[in-house]
Design a protein around this ligand. Structure first.
Ligand code: NAP
Length: 246
């Protein structure tokens, strides 16, 4: 049986690289998106055309909406059966002074970045617990570890993902399900498009390895955590950040 993975927010950036990596690793992959239908369908279509039919599927769902997340998992189960790996990658960022953050900003930031992880973990565990197997990998951020000025809501949500990871790892460990977290440093994706060249240069200088990360750097780490090589690793926060947070 081909193992099945769900990657949220897989139409672009880090999620796209993770989906491609897991496809190369031999998974069937559900490529979740919210807006980028064309990009998600192209990723899935290109892969399915390479002589590997029905290995990738684009599925629209807003992860902040419980009913949509449930529909996503139902669609995947109907197509391929129970999932083995869940990667909670979908996320949004916002730079704003804390005093300007509105309740709506706050709810959206927590809704996508933290509640989305909660809904998807519950859906995945309904399939994983009866089988006593599964791997959940949450994409947090180094700002969830150390906090970022003008990104309080984002940092709070990502710190929440770290807390969720550790607590859930303890709860489902006896069922042989691992829950780990990756805390990326600065990765060159659309999310950092708003940063000017000077700021990006400063961030590069602050990174001991002297370079910004790539989506593939994160995908390699996910690939390891999703594999049997990581069977004895759970509840960990893995900083893939060029040494920026040590
Ligand atoms: P990105 O390029 O902006 O891509 C975001 C992805 O998330 C897209 O696929 C987007 O789908 C999807 N998405 C956004 N809101 C969604 C929702 N409500 N429901 C479902 N999907 C949704 O971001 P990225 O840089 O690849 O970031 C990926 C993850 O890494 C995020 O959790 C982010 O917080 C984390 N991270 C990134 C960095 C960095 O420097 N880039 C650093 C630390 C952590 P559409 O294309 O359909 O909009």
């Amino acid at each position: 049986m081909i193992p099945v993975a769900v990657v949220t927010g897989a139409s672009r950036g880090i999620g796209r690289a993770i989906a491609l990596r897991l496809l190369e690793d031999g998974f069937c992959v559900a490529v979740n998106y919210i807006h980028s239908k064309e990009a998600a369908e192209q990723l899935a279509g290109d892969w399915n055309c390479q002589g590997k039919p029905n290995r990738a599927m684009a599925v629209q769902a807003d992860v902040s909406q419980k009913a949509q997340v449930e529909a996503l998992f139902e669609a995947v189960r109907r197509e391929w059966g129970d999932i083995s790996v869940l990667v909670n990658n979908a996320g949004i960022a916002q730079q704003k002074l804390f005093t300007d953050v509105t309740p709506e900003d706050w709810d959206r930031m927590i809704g996508v970045n933290l509640s989305g992880v909660f809904y998807a973990c519950q859906c995945a565990l309904r399939q994983m617990l009866p089988r006593h197997a599964g791997k959940i990998i949450n994409i947090s951020s180094m700002w969830g570890q150390v906090g970022a000025s003008c990104e309080v809501a984002y940092s709070a949500a990502k710190a929440g993902v770290i807390g969720l990871t550790k607590a859930l790892a303890k709860e489902v460990g006896p069922s042989h399900i691992t829950v780990n977290c990756i805390a990326p440093g600065v990765i060159a994706t659309d999310m950092n498009q708003a940063l000017d060249t000077e700021t990006l240069g400063l961030l590069r200088e602050e990174t001991p390895l002297g370079v910004l990360g790539t989506p593939e750097d994160i995908a390699q780490a996910v690939s390891f955590l999703a594999s049997p090589r990581a069977d004895f690793i759970t509840g960990q926060v893995w900083g893939v950040n060029g040494g920026m947070v040590i």
